[in-house]
Design a protein around this ligand. Structure first.
Ligand code: DQA
Length: 137
């Protein structure tokens, strides 16, 4: 089973960025834990701060992988194009947010992606990625 995690803008700064909201763990070390936990899954990771690169990656893997876990960061709340890309591919996508976006500013309450996703997880911290992968197994 092949699963790709995609993190969007500013998520390269996890562990450093607003630790009260996003925690103290960097994604690279968490990804190592995930690979150990799901040792039978072919798990890969891509991060980009650029909307078009995220769309290109969705197109690249979205007809051959078994699942995509996507935290599109702030693009969740702005990007019709990423929402359309999710609708255009065959691989199911799960939208993940580390924070509980519904307990935050109103502009974070709307997602242009959720409608085209298999499911949405938010507010579980980094555990959300694990839960999303689990749901594909
Ligand atoms: C986020 C929530 C978004 O609103 C924010 O722009 C992010 C991170 C989260 O993981 O909680 O960059 O997607």
């Amino acid at each position: 089973m092949r699963i790709l995690i995609i993190n969007g803008p500013n998520l390269n700064l996890l562990g450093v960025r607003e630790p009260a909201v996003y925690g103290n763990t960097g994604f690279d070390s968490y990804f190592e834990e995930l690979k150990e936990h799901f040792s039978s899954i072919d798990l890969s990771y891509f991060q980009s701060n650029h909307e078009g690169d995220i769309i290109d990656k969705l197109h690249e893997v979205g007809f051959s992988y078994d699942g995509i876990v996507l935290n599109a960061g702030a693009y969740t709340h702005t990007s019709i194009a990423i929402g359309d890309a999710i609708a255009s591919i065959q691989t199911p996508v799960i939208e993940v947010h580390i924070s509980n976006v519904y307990a935050r500013e109103p502009f974070r309450h709307h997602s242009y992606l959720a409608k085209n996703c298999k499911g949405v997880l938010c507010g579980f911290g980094l555990n959300g990625y694990r839960l999303a992968i689990q749901s594909f197994t």
